[in-house]
Write a protein of this length. Structure first.
Length: 365
């Protein structure tokens, strides 16, 4: 059962706290700000524009490097979201996307051929993390004649820029070099081609057209079945694509599909967010803290708030991560209920992100 508002509403000691905001269904719908998000975020800055409360965006979405997304969000929300900044003693960032944990896999694949799938710039995302030999699915598929029998019926294929000059050789010898792993970076665009070519890669040991039962590793940035975009009802997410791929793979291959999913609700995502917020806390530490509380910059958070719209992703994740995480569920996205989610009840349910921030300020004052 969820804790009641009054139980949560007493926080007698001066607390240090931070906030993680979900994006889709809380801050934005498509590219449109919702729930008073620009006003709510402005309250986290002091009058001179410096960050007062450590906060970040914790989204399962993605498709562009974190720094680029920070710039995009700054424009949409009219606040200054930090792109990745390396200072002498720390790295600061305020956007953590579903694919961010892929960064921890670089050592295993640094110079091995990998394929990156999804909307936006999936290969740029992986290169940004340090992967050296990466091809987007768009580019990879373009090197195999007739690999997608439906390509001629896809009007957008005309816009594809890869291999306009068919005499040019591929950047890598994809006809003899095995793909060592496939990464679903963001929501796949062309499901029929992506499922077809992924099945080719996964059932052939990484070389379409060959026979080899060894399945190369497959990684998903997240496993959201549905999410809130600009359309009024929910849209199918990466988890839906995973189900489709898995169902088909199991029909054409003797062994089950092996894969790993990252993103929320995994606990390591919240642990990582806590570590980043800790660094942001040092940036936002005000003079009062330094003068009156010498160790202020080092003390642990008393509370970290996760504001999300998806009970089985955002709220479940915050619950599993346990203290110091508290969960706040908004009614602007996946959750449409009145009281609370029966399966993953949040610590607090509010109408929108503005109400959530308002509540946090009252509790922490
Ligand atoms: O594709 C994005 C979706 O899976 C969820 O995004 O911001 O609600 O975690 P978000
Ligand atoms: Mg969401």
């Amino acid at each position: 059962t969820s804790r009641t508002f009054s139980q949560l509403h007493s926080n007698p000691e001066r607390s240090s706290f931070g906030i993680a905001f979900d994006i889709d269904g809380v801050i934005l719908r498509g590219r449109t700000p919702i729930g008073g998000s620009p006003q709510a975020l402005k309250r986290l800055y002091s009058e001179c524009g410096t960050m007062k409360i450590p906060f970040l965006f914790l989204t399962n979405g993605g498709g562009v490097p974190e720094s680029k997304r920070a710039i995009e969000l700054s424009e949409l929300l009219d606040v200054n979201i930090l792109p990745l900044q390396h200072l002498s003693f720390m790295s600061l960032m305020q956007v953590v996307q579903g694919h961010y944990p892929f960064k921890t896999l670089v050592a295993g694949y640094e110079n091995k051929l990998i394929v990156a799938i999804g909307k936006g710039e999936p290969a740029e995302v992986m290169s940004d993390y340090g992967f050296k030999k990466v091809l987007s699915m768009d580019e990879y598929a373009s090197y195999f004649d007739n690999i997608d029998p439906l390509a001629q019926y896809k009007i957008w294929e005309a816009k594809t820029t890869f291999r306009e000059d068919r005499s040019l050789l591929p950047r890598y010898d994809v006809l003899s070099e095995r793909v060592q792993a496939a990464f679903i970076v963001s929501d796949p665009v062309d499901w029929s081609r992506d499922i077809q070519v992924l099945c080719d890669i996964l059932t052939s040991g990484g070389l379409p057209g060959q026979a080899n039962r060894h399945q190369p590793p497959l990684y998903f940035a997240a496993d959201d079945l549905e999410y809130q975009a600009a359309f009024p009802s929910m849209r199918l997410g990466m988890g839906a694509f995973r189900i489709a791929l898995e169902a088909i793979f199991s029909e054409i291959h003797p062994l089950p599909l092996e894969y790993t999913s990252y993103g929320k609700p995994n606990s390591f995502v919240f642990k990582n967010a806590e570590a980043i917020l800790k660094q942001l806390q040092q940036l936002s530490c005000d003079e009062h803290d330094v003068l009156h509380n010498g160790d202020a910059v080092n003390h642990s958070f008393r509370t970290l708030y996760m504001i999300g719209d998806n009970p089985s992703v955002d709220i479940k994740g915050a619950q599993q991560a346990r203290s110091p995480w508290l969960s706040i569920l908004t009614r602007t996205g996946v959750f449409r209920g009145e009281i609370n989610d029966p399966e993953f009840p949040a610590d607090l349910v509010v109408d929108d992100v503005e109400e959530a921030v308002d509540y946090i300020f009252r509790r922490e004052s």
